[in-house]
Every structure is written in C-alpha cells, then in structure tokens.
Ligand binder design. Structure first.
Ligand SMILES: *Cc1c(COP(=O)(O)O)cnc(C)c1O
Length: 326
C-alpha cells in the first residue's frame, strides 16, 4: 500500500491536543480539542493540511498558478492565497458574494496576498462554479499561464491525504497520552476532513470513530460526497480497503439558518465558549459543530463515550466580519 508522502511543510504539526476542563465539567464527558486552528496564522485551519499535498502535486506537474473557489469569507481561499504568495505563485479566487463587500476577515487577507478575485452570485456558485473556474483557466492558458484548479475546500483525492495523516497523528498522540478517544468530531463543509479521518481509520484497520456534523446541505448529500471522494483516494493510491457508505456517520440538524448564516443561539454559544475556555469558535463551522456536540451529549447520543476529541478546524478570521451580531 503506497501513500503519497510528498508534500510541502507549511503547517505547524503535530497540533496540540488539549482537555477543555471547564466545558468537560459542564457536559460530564472529557472533551478534548485538537488545535488545528493552530496550524499557522495566515495558513491557520484545516485547509493547509490538504493543500500541503495538493499544491505540491500541482507544482510537480508543472502548473504555475492556482485557482479555487469558496464563500466570500472562505478560510480555504485565504489559506490557498497565503500559500501561493509564500511560494510565489499567482492565485485566482472565485468567491460567492458581493464585490462591494467590506474588506474584512479573510477577504482582507486575500487582498493582502494579492489574489485575483472574481465575485459570483449564489446561483452561479451552486450551479457553475467549476465551469467558471475552467473558463478562467482556459483564458489564462492563452496567456501562457498553466493554472491548477483546486476544487472547493480541496476536498478531493489528493487533498484527502491531509486528514489521513492527521488521523495517524492522533493515533500517535493517543499512545503518548495513554488515552483512547471514543469519538472524533468534526464540522463537515466540503467533506475532505471527514473523508481523510475516515480513510485513516480504514488504513489503520480500526473502527471508524468519526462523527461529522454538517454545516450546510444535508446528511444524504455528505454520505454520497464523502463516499465518492474516499473511493477516489482509494482508487488513485491503489489502497486495498473496503469502504462502506454505512461506516460514515453524519449528524444532521445543526445547519441552522444555512451556510455562513448565524442564529442568535449560535452567537450566544460562541460567547459562552469564549468565556468558559478562552477559545473563540468560528461562526460558520466550529460553532455549529460544537453546539451540535453539546446538544447531542444532552440528548444521550454519547452516553457510551467517555473521551471525545473535537477537531478545532479554525476559522477565527471569520468572526470579525460578523462583529455586528455581537
Ligand atoms: C472548511 C472548513 C471546515 C470543513 O472542512 P471540510 O473538509 O470542508 O468538510 C471546518 N472548519 C473550518 C474552519 C473550515 O474552514
């Protein structure tokens, strides 16, 4: 079994695992955070783990610029733009949102990293973002630029290596800490974080402990998407694994008002955790997933679990454009 290990080293790895003692006391379980929000500052969050592999692949194939897409406050777009700047590549972004939006949070950073940004509306984003990216690369090609398309969230076959290796990192940390996590919880936005963690379990030959909480779309959508991209990784790297759709655990019900839309209870929960632990959840992903975990613990979903690991996937910059909600 061959696993591609050719990558850039942009992220601060391994990330720490910390017990949230006050939150743990509140819910009556040991809740640990894997601080993937501390993979970097400009590179912070979960996307850098995937991009380390995917951008290395693109460079090795002779590409000389990058294009990707996301919401206007996309952490993935910002991490891609930051890495592109670091290695001296041009970065093109297709963002869903209004071009007159104020320069704040991740969008401000995208500009500082000199990304070339095209704004599109939600309709165009949901139906034709890939086509729009392809058209841009064709235009660039005529100018002699070989532009590599990174799909939304870098959730694809090679990007999945990021969280496969994160799972190996967690298993190593479990040995060192002499602890066994009963569940591993992550927010699910484009599926690659879940897919990598799931594949990591399969490669290690251990039961999948990952529970995803979707922050957009629905359970059915992500069962299909995660199953598909997991199979693509399996085929591309010729992994001898049996993947089953039934192995994938997604808890739906915490999307709230929709992707990147905040409800009052979510804002209150960000305040609560900030005050309790000195950790600020982001309004798009981690707050929905942590609130989901909190509620599900109360409902008894985790009654057989003692130690729960929550992947803090980052996103802090996304809080600043939402300041009016606080
Ligand atoms: C993208 C993102 C996620 C979701 O990860 P996926 O791999 O896209 O499912 C979670 N948290 C943050 C902060 C993100 O930026």
């Amino acid at each position: 079994m061959k696993i591609l290990n050719d990558k850039f080293n942009f992220a601060n790895l391994p990330t720490k695992i910390e017990l949230l003692s006050r939150f743990s006391e509140l819910v009556g379980k040991n809740i640990y955070f894997k601080r993937d929000d501390q993979t970097g500052t400009e590179f912070s969050g979960n996307k850098v783990r995937k991009l380390e592999y995917l951008i290395k692949f693109a460079i090795d194939k002779g590409y000389d610029s990058l294009i990707t897409c996301g919401g206007i406050q996309s952490n993935h777009a910002r991490a891609t733009a930051a890495i592109a700047a670091r290695i001296g590549l041009k970065c093109h972004l297709v963002l869903r949102g209004d071009e007159n939006s104020s320069l704040d949070g991740n969008l401000l950073l995208d500009n500082l990293f000199d990304a070339d940004i095209k704004f599109i509306n939600s309709e165009e984003y949901s139906h034709s973002r890939n086509e729009i990216m392809e058209n841009i690369t064709l235009k660039l090609k005529n100018k002699g630029e070989k532009c590599f398309i990174i799909p939304e969230g870098a959730s694809e076959k090679i990007g999945n290596l990021g969280y496969i290796n994160c799972l190996f990192e967690i298993v190593e940390q479990e040995k060192n800490m002499n602890i066994q996590f009963d569940n591993i919880i992550t927010a699910v936005g484009s599926g690659g974080t879940y897919s990598g963690l799931y594949l990591g379990h399969k490669i290690k030959g251990i039961k999948n402990r990952v529970i995803g909480i979707n922050v957009c779309n629905n359970r059915e959508y992500f069962l299909n998407k995660i199953y598909d991209i997991s199979n693509q990784t399996k085929e591309y790297f010729d992994l001898d694994l049996t993947l089953k759709r039934e192995d994938i655990n997604i808890i739906d019900g915490y999307v709230g008002k929709g992707y990147a839309l905040s409800s009052e209870y979510e804002i209150d929960f960000i305040k609560k955790i900030s005050k309790l632990e000195g950790i600020v959840l982001d309004p798009v992903y981690t707050v929905k997933a942590m609130y989901g975990l909190y509620k599900e613990i109360k409902k008894g979903t985790f009654k057989n679990s003692k130690n729960i690991l929550f992947i803090n996937t980052g996103g802090l910059f996304g809080i600043f454009p939402q300041k009016d909600l606080f």
